[in-house]
Design a protein around this ligand. Structure first.
Ligand SMILES: [Mn+2]
Length: 423
């Protein structure tokens, strides 16, 4: 079996070599590219700090048993996913995942780094970095669906304080781990029906973000982003943090990155095309990688056409160090460890696929106007022995290959998940 795999890899290496691609060098590079793994797939975005139902226009569907319901369970599940996935990881944490020590219970406007020290310990133990997100949803201070755009000063002030607390926590993460922390601002603020004023809420959002980012941080260590969205459930007519708003804010505030979530656009728009458009203007950008099915459904990321195309745009524009990549999906209808793992492995596959393409040669065909040949070559490359290189990558990363890994998921479900009560 191993001998077959070795032979397959050597054949693939030789074949890609003819295209001028050094597969060994690619595998070495890929395993050091950080990708952020979101903590919220493990518990359907519930978090630990509030019993409020999920709102802000986002929704999980499904009731598969075994969701994590406390930090110990979530850490155990994350460890399993880390074991089943190749490549370098950061863990993406939402503020709602604060882990209060005995007796402490702080509201979101008052959270402190100590409330996240268990995450730092976990990151140190697993050799991962940490990214962070303020949580502007699922909380009783969300009033009429509004947070940073609220006309109620006490509401808006509360959420500004939350944002500032999160800047301090992001700085703490970066200081503790020596790895920059991406700090992503996303709000679900908007209106269900036709508003009378679309500008004022946006001006309040802009002012709120400026007040939050006035909090002191080291721009080499904390990377603030603004994530846009087109609409959410219950806020179909107007979203304050639209694409133009987020881009405009990032473009006019030094050091702020635009963050594109590929579920946050009209269904025929593609983020793969937006990546190079933004790279023309921004030194660094950020991505949330998901799979929207007809709407922002946050299905598990697959190795599908648009996922591959997004990875290609990053790789062929030599932007692996300019694009902060994070996964953002949640499926509660299947085994959550399996869902997490498929999603992470799919993005790794997409990166590997992109790194195994002769981009200079293909670009040259485009420049020369040889579009028939370009189409033919792009189609031929699709059936190159990608799978043999993927298997070799998994072997080098000490991760189980093809169909073997799901046995671990099944075993973990039997031994651990099935014993969890109530969820
Ligand atoms: Mn997102």
């Amino acid at each position: 079996m191993d001998r077959n795999r070795e032979t397959s890899y050597q054949c693939a290496k030789e074949r890609y070599g003819r295209l001028g691609i050094d597969t060994d060098a690619v595998l070495k590079e890929l395993k050091d590219i950080p990708v952020s793994l979101h903590c919220w797939q493990g518990d359907d975005v519930r978090g630990f700090d509030s019993d409020s139902p999920l709102d802000g226009g986002i929704q999980t569907t499904g009731n598969y048993p075994g969701a994590a319901s406390n930090p110990g369970e979530l850490f155990a599940d994350l460890r399993k996913v880390l074991e089943l996935t190749p490549g370098k990881k950061k863990i993406n944490v939402h503020a709602s995942y604060a882990i209060f020590r005995e007796g402490a219970c702080r509201n979101r406007d008052a959270i402190v780094p100590e409330d996240f020290s268990a995450w730092v310990d976990f990151a140190k133990e697993t050799g991962t970095g940490l990214d962070f997100n303020p949580t502007f949803f699922g909380h009783k201070m969300v009033k009429d669906g509004l947070t940073l755009t609220s006309p109620d000063d006490s509401v808006r002030g509360f959420w500004i304080e939350h944002g500032k607390a999160c800047v301090r926590i992001a700085q703490y993460f970066a200081d503790e781990l020596g790895i920059p922390c991406v700090l992503n601002f996303w709000i679900g603020d908007g209106f269900k029906d036709i508003p009378a004023d679309r500008l004022t809420p946006r001006l309040r959002y802009k002012d709120s973000l400026e007040r939050i980012l006035a909090e002191k941080y080291d721009p080499d260590k904390v990377k603030p982003c603004v994530e846009s969205k087109v609409f959410g459930i219950g806020v179909e007519s107007y979203t304050a943090g639209s694409s133009e708003f987020a881009l405009g804010f990032a473009a006019s505030h030094k050091g702020v990155l635009p963050l594109m979530d590929n579920g946050h656009y009209h269904p025929t728009e593609v983020v793969s095309d937006k990546i190079p458009a933004l790279l023309a203007y921004f030194d660094e950008i950020a991505l949330h990688i998901t799979r929207p099915v007809r709407w922002d459904s946050d299905h598990v990321v697959l190795f599908d056409d648009e996922t591959r195309e997004m990875a290609k745009e990053i790789v062929r524009n030599d932007a692996l160090k300019r694009v902060y990549m994070a996964l953002d999906f949640f499926d509660a209808s299947i085994n959550r460890i399996g869902a997490w793992t498929v999603g992470f492995r799919s993005w790794q596959k997409a990166l590997l696929n992109a790194m195994l393409m002769p981009h200079a040669m293909l670009r040259n065909l485009q420049e020369k106007g040889e579009f028939g040949k370009l189409m033919a070559y792009q189609e031929e490359i699709k059936t190159y022995p990608f799978g043999a290189v993927w298997d070799e990558y998994l072997r080098r990363c000490n991760v189980k290959t093809d169909l073997e890994w799901y046995d671990d998921v099944t075993g973990y479900e039997k031994d651990v998940l099935s014993k969890r009560m109530g969820k």
